[in-house]
Structure formats: C-alpha cells, structure tokens
Design a binder for this molecule. Structure first.
Ligand code: SF4
Length: 369
C-alpha cells in the first residue's frame, strides 16, 4: 500500500490482501456475542437488525442485558410491529437515544404490513427503511444476506486513517473515500466476516489510545505503525462544547406508589417517555416537559448529574406527598417503578430517593452518585 499523510491528496488503492487477512483473523478470534449465536441458530435477520440498532452509539456491555430482555419481550418481528410505542420504549430502557427505537418500531410496522412478507435483502433495500443509515444497512445486508457492502463507522475510520497514516479529522469527503476503499477490500466470498472483522479490530485492537499493534493482524500493511504515528492518526476532533442545564424532577408519592407522567413528544429532553414530572430552568422560569403547568413549592432533597448528548445536566430531585389525582398520572407501586422507568435520568433520581429513604443520614451526602 502506498500511503500519504498530506492533506487533500487522494487515497491510493489499498492492498487487496487486507480484506482476506481480516477475514482469517476474525474467524479465529471472534468474540462470542449473543446476536452472533442467535443468528447462527435461527438465521433470522431480525436478531441482527435489533442488535445493530441497539449498538448505535452504545457500548456492547450496555447492550448485552437490554438485548436479551428485548428479545424476551419481542422475540419476532410480528411481536415488535404489534407493540405500542410505550412497550417498545420500556423494553429498550436504559439505552438512551430513544429516537432510534421509535424509528425501528416504525420500520417493523412497515415490514409487517408487506403482503406477501419479505425481508429487505440488499444494502439499498435496507437503506429505505426508517432509521437505517449507511452503516447499519451495510452491516445488516452483509451479515444477514451476504451483500459485499463495507461498513464505515468511527472505529473503521480510525483503522483506515492509521493504515494510511492520515493525520486529519475524518470529514464527509474522507468518509466517502473510505467507503470506496472498504468496498474495494471486502471479499465477495466472506463479506459478513470482513465487516465484523474490521469492526472488531477497531473495538479491540486498533483502539483510540495506545493501539495494540504488537498483536494486530494488519500490522504489515499499516503506515502509521511504520512511521510510529499511531497516536497522531487520525487527528483529534475538536472537543464537544457542552451546555449546562439545570433541571428539576419530582417524586410524587401516594399510598406507596409514585406518580409518572408522559413527557410531551416535543419535550426538550426525553420526549414521549413515561417518567417523573420534569422541568428545566430558562431565564429564571421553569419549562415543563409534560403538558400542563405544575406548581410544586418544594425544596430539593438532593441532586444528580447526568449527560444527554451535548447537555450537562444537574437535576434537582424533589419529593412531594400528593393528595389529589389527575388523569394524566400513572400510579406505580414504588417497588415496580424501576421496571417502568425508561430513562437513566429518572432511574438515577429514583435510586437517590431510595437510598436516602433507606439511610436518612445521607441526606447531605450526594457524593455516592
Ligand atoms: Fe492500528 Fe496498530 Fe494495527 Fe496499525 S498496526 S492498524 S495502528 S493496531
């Protein structure tokens, strides 16, 4: 392979052997993951599709328990298509970025309505479904249907930048070049193993900090390794600019139950989720995340920190014994609340409450969160 780190210079053709080397390496070293096992046993594209949606912007460790729980509730496409939006959210609880699951649900309904039913097979057909981008379409069509379309995500970009010693921040133009490079390297005889191999290489060997070059199967082809510049390629992205947000969450209590409300679909955070009554501060006023205005004059008993995309949230948690009723309120026994709350933010607030209730002396100590 000839490589260049000069900005603006086009990539040269990669060494065609890389694809085969990655396939061989993957076949010997692949991790045992539940979606791989399930697909091996059932051949059902559904189990691959669900895993690929869950893995978007989420670590494998976080996905593992949610994946098993989800397939326990919705074992087949028809179960998912027939579910309500709330049931889907609940089954995906704790994973964040809920828009992807709303789109996945929409796609399930599109597919289930097909007469006669047939799965999309090609990259192009998958790409037409709601919530399926380039990467996901390439992953599913290659793994489940053997299409030779290469995946390119952040991990693959990092691997390719190093193979070519490109010391730049990957942009759209470079991503297109990498897509062409991947498509030219993917062996038609084993596209699923190539794609999973290159992803696995980025996740386990060619990691961000201190890549494990000594055991890397493509070391011989790597320009950054030759130049000793692994930590320079790619160039680091500009750090994210965070926005600080102050938020308030209320635990409404009545006869051993807590009151949950549906956040508005267009809420600023966690739109459409069933959770604790929530408001955030703007110009000294509270902006409510669910329909109606609430007038709770309460002191927070504690606070939690939470991140949602570029927002750094400090959420003050309040408790209120609630006498009245409201059709908007869903009352859930306290011991079941954990399984009903979709978002991690709500669950953190609940945990704080339970911890402080169990040990009142901790009221002033929030360091455990
Ligand atoms: Fe990444 Fe090192 Fe392998 Fe190059 S040799 S691809 S830098 S792990």
């Amino acid at each position: 392979m000839t490589a260049s780190s000069k900005k603006g210079q086009r990539l040269n053709a990669p060494d065609a052997r890389i694809g085969d080397v990655l396939v061989t390496w993957y076949q010997k070293n692949k991790r045992s993951l539940p979606w791989r096992q399930r697909f091996l046993e059932s051949g059902d594209p559904y189990v691959i599709w669900i895993s690929e949606i869950m893995l978007q912007q989420t670590t494998i460790q976080a996905v593992l328990p949610a994946y098993e729980r989800f397939l326990g509730v919705f074992p087949q496409l028809k179960n998912l298509a027939a579910a309500t939006e709330d049931e889907v959210r609940l089954a995906c609880r704790g994973l964040g970025y809920y828009r992807r699951f709303r789109l996945m649900h929409e796609a399930a309904q599109v597919l289930a309505a097909r007469e006669p039913f047939h799965w999309p097979r090609t990259y192009k057909e998958w790409r037409e479904l709601p919530g399926i981008g380039d990467y996901t379409a390439a992953a599913i069509s290659s793994i489940a249907f053997g299409e030779a379309k290469a995946v390119v995500d952040g991990n693959v970009e990092r691997v390719f930048c190093r193979l070519l010693d490109r010391r730049v921040v990957p942009d759209q133009k470079l991503k297109k070049e990498f897509q062409a490079m991947g498509d030219s390297m993917i062996p038609a005889s084993a596209p699923a193993d190539y794609n999973q191999g290159v992803m696995e290489l980025g996740q386990t060997i060619c990691i961000k900090q201190n890549p494990r070059c000594a055991i890397c199967p493509v070391q011989d082809f790597c320009a950054a390794f030759k130049n000793g510049s692994q930590n320079l390629a790619p160039a680091p992205k500009k750090p994210m600019e965070y926005e600080e947000v102050r938020m308030h969450l209320w635990l409404l209590l009545q006869n051993g139950k807590i009151g949950l409300v549906q956040r508005s679909k267009d809420a600023r955070f966690l739109g459409g989720t069933l959770g604790l009554p929530t408001a955030w501060e703007k110009d000294g006023e509270l902006r409510w995340e669910q329909a109606g205005r609430w007038d709770f004059q309460t002191e927070a008993f504690g606070s939690i920190k939470h991140g949602i995309t570029k927002h750094r949230i400090q959420a003050f948690v309040h408790r209120k014994d609630w006498k009245g009723n409201s059709p908007a309120m869903t009352w859930v026994p306290l011991e079941e609340a954990e399984t009903q709350l979709v978002s991690n933010l709500d669950r953190k607030a609940l945990h704080l409450f339970l911890k402080l209730e169990a040990k009142p002396t901790l009221f002033d100590d929030q360091s455990f969160l």
